[in-house]
Design a protein around this ligand. Sequence first.
Ligand SMILES: NC(=O)c1ccc[n+]([C@@H]2O[C@H](COP(=O)([O-])OP(=O)(O)OC[C@H]3O[C@@H](n4cnc5c(N)ncnc54)[C@H](O)[C@@H]3O)[C@@H](O)[C@H]2O)c1
Length: 326
Amino acid sequence: MPEALILGGAGFIGLHLARDLLEDGWRVTLVDDLSRARVDPELEDVVTAGAQLVQGDLTRCDTFGRLPVTADRVYHLAAVVGVRNVERDPYRVVRVNTLTTLNVLEWLPPKSRLFFASTSEVYAGGVTVGGVSIPTPERVPLTIPDIAEPRFAYAASKLLGEAAVVHGARARGLEAVIGRFHNVYGPRMGASHVVPELSLRALDREDPFTVYGSDQTRAFCYVSDAVYAMRLLMESATASGEVVHIGNDADETRIADLVDLILGLADHRPTIETAQAPSGSVERRCPDVRRLRELTGFEARVPLAKGVEQTFNWYRDRWRPERYGI
Ligand SMILES: NC(=O)c1ccc[n+]([C@@H]2O[C@H](COP(=O)([O-])OP(=O)(O)OC[C@H]3O[C@@H](n4cnc5c(N)ncnc54)[C@H](O)[C@@H]3O)[C@@H](O)[C@H]2O)c1
């Protein structure tokens, strides 16, 4: 039975990945310090379905002594994410995201296959200051406009993570691929991302309904497509050493249109009030996913309307802040 180790496996993307691997007959170990994720009913279901959960802090070397070194595939998704964390404690973001990654690189035996989760934020600064084309390919300058600004701590930590993985994998003989996620969304992702946040406000019948940055556009990627892309990359013979954008370029949408879609699902027709987007959020974000296609033949399978409906329905039927709140 093939074996997968998912670091940060109790989190949003990690748990969807775990479910997918279990369905395909993999043995799955999840490692998480549960600093963000919770032991909620969905995590309990995945454990009942056969996943092993190791609670441990991956910034600590002794945690690695409790993990299987025999794993055929290692997915490193553990990180401190989210605007609130970055603003509240930027040093924690840099510390955890850096130490966990260096520890993984030092611990893995040569020839291990590693996936490292990076982010479109590594080049977002370049979009703001100029010189980055959209849709954005992988080989663009990665820019931190102001290293002293707390909100860039997450991007800086992932930028360093990419460098560590590229050079660490070469030095240590690992087969590593870096996937830069672009606006992944879906059930059980907390309440602060735009899709659940709008869904919950629509379900609360907010009126007037405030829309921030309504003319901004995003290319949203449903979580099962992100999982599909990760798994294809891990099985690709040619992806090792590559940095690859993961996202859905087919469904770039204005925030105003996303709001329409969600209000339609909620059958709610409030007065719309527009407001400025939070400072630092880019006007447009869309990945160029040609490299992902070339390496794996990937095509997104879940169109925006379907993914948003599935997410909306999950939040309508299952969301309870005390059970799932993160
Ligand atoms: N969701 C997105 O759209 C998106 C976009 C870009 C990049 N990413 C990256 O993908 C990965 C997964 O993202 P997610 O949305 O599932 O986030 P998430 O917060 O739901 O999952 C991360 C998990 O890591 C765990 N963790 C944090 N510190 C840890 C530590 N010291 N030891 C062990 N576990 C620890 C958290 O408890 C959490 O369960 C992250 O690396 C993130 O930076 C996600």
